[in-house]
Design a protein. Sequence first.
Length: 583
Amino acid sequence: MSRPWWGWFGVGLALTGAVTAVAAYVAWWSPPDWPSLPVSSSEPPGFGMAALVLGILLIWWLVTIVKTVRGTDWRDPYGGQHADEWRVSTLTCAVGLVAAAVYQWFELKGAFSLGEPGASEAVFTAGLTATAAGFAVTALAFRAGRRGLTGALGGSAVAVVTSAIVLIAVVVLPVADSTTTKPVADGTTTKAAPQAAVPASAGKIAWRWQTPDGAPAYDVAVAGAGLVVRVTDGVVALDSVTGRERWHYRRPGSFATGFRASPDGSTVTIRSAQRTVLLDAYTGVVLAEHWKGWVDENPWLNSTGVVTSSPGHPRAKLWPGTLTGWQPTASEPAWHYSPPQGCLTGMNSDEHRFLTMARDVFAQIIICAPRIEQKSRDIDYWYGSSAFTIAVLGLDPATGAEVWRREQKVSASPESVEIHRSEDAEALSVVWGEREGMVLEQASGKVLARQRVTGSFSTKGFLDVVNGMNDDDEWTSRWKPFGMGAVKRASFSLAGLRRSRTSDIESAQLPLDDSLAVAYLSWDSREKMKATVLVTPWDTSETKRITVGLPERRLPREPVRLLPAPGAVVVTQSASSDVVGLE
């Protein structure tokens, strides 16, 4: 093709690239409601703004120059001199735009590394690149000629196709990079497959699993007839009997957040930048994918529904908060629920809990009293003792319908009201005042016991620490059944463990059928952190110690956890890269 054709090709490429960049930048600031396209989590950079404005001005200048050059006699020595002058200026501008485009490509690469870049961000980068390339081609090849229209159309077509390819890559590549359902031997299982029972006791380390990159196992949940572990870039499912990997869902280069497991262990969610993915915990199959804005950062997950709570006023302790329910596979809310007039609810925090998801219902506490809307404006009402009615609601996560309601008239401070969920999500404990409380069966709301329970409990009973102080090495715990049944005791000694002052908070106790398992963090003689699991048969003080070494020398003060999983008692800590199974 002739040189004039290439010159006009550059003009079309630059003009179309500039228009594309402008449109993408506007969409970046105000994303259109196109749910099929990813939205960038970052704001348009100031450098990109400056480059965009500069590009617009330069395009206007380029059009003006082209109009002038078209009237120039290129055979005239003076005309050639003028052409060389604008050619140098245009090439200089092209160099500046190339620098801006290179910077933006690095930003786009970083967005890919975090999960998914936004569509507007990617198209803006492609448009800026086309503008820079168009300036360079125009500066080097422009000559007045008769083939201007075809050349300009060719440049425009290249700019459009390039932007389309980049846009498709943004939508497709992050999905292609994720590795789903990696079978290992007889890998996956189903809900119908028989599950191993939780061990009645533990005496040795059965297996040890380490994260693929040596980073912490941030979250571990009992799900899918085994374990599901959140690693840096996704989740990995383990067979809790053998410690072998069953499947994984990982997005290389991203950082996974928003891990949730449904109480029945059938579903897990993971968030990677803009994308929230729902997975079948048994097989790793993707059940649904949702983009940013589907639910908030802290949803409650159930296999039949997802529930979110509207944020209250930052200075309010009680307010008429609204619950929103979502179908796991739908992008629009399915239901809303607000307390009736004369009733208010509270927010969940580290100190207070008014909401929780159980195995079959979403449980919410509302406080009802005459003129409570006016009373709640006084902060003294939150902390002072008064008469009101606690209503515990069991809502269907799928529809928001009220499955059951349990009311209790009390005289206490609203600040003292809390709800807790058992480890197996089959029971709920509601407490108020200093000593009052009740334990409910989550499916029906039936009262199992009228007593205050805040520690480990289930539908059968609860664990109670009889004695033990921070500087005391001798401890005794009791398992008290609800109703009839013998109380079981286990005494254990912590002598010889180099514990911190906060070690009791960082410890864990797990009642098993035949024994009590207790885990503490301590240091060895080389100042290396370790977890020591003490297993004591009920009604004895014959403790067996199992030392579980942790890879890191110094770990953040994160508590150790004991999880009752099929076939193993699992030891984990969110700052450690190891997950250990005991049998």
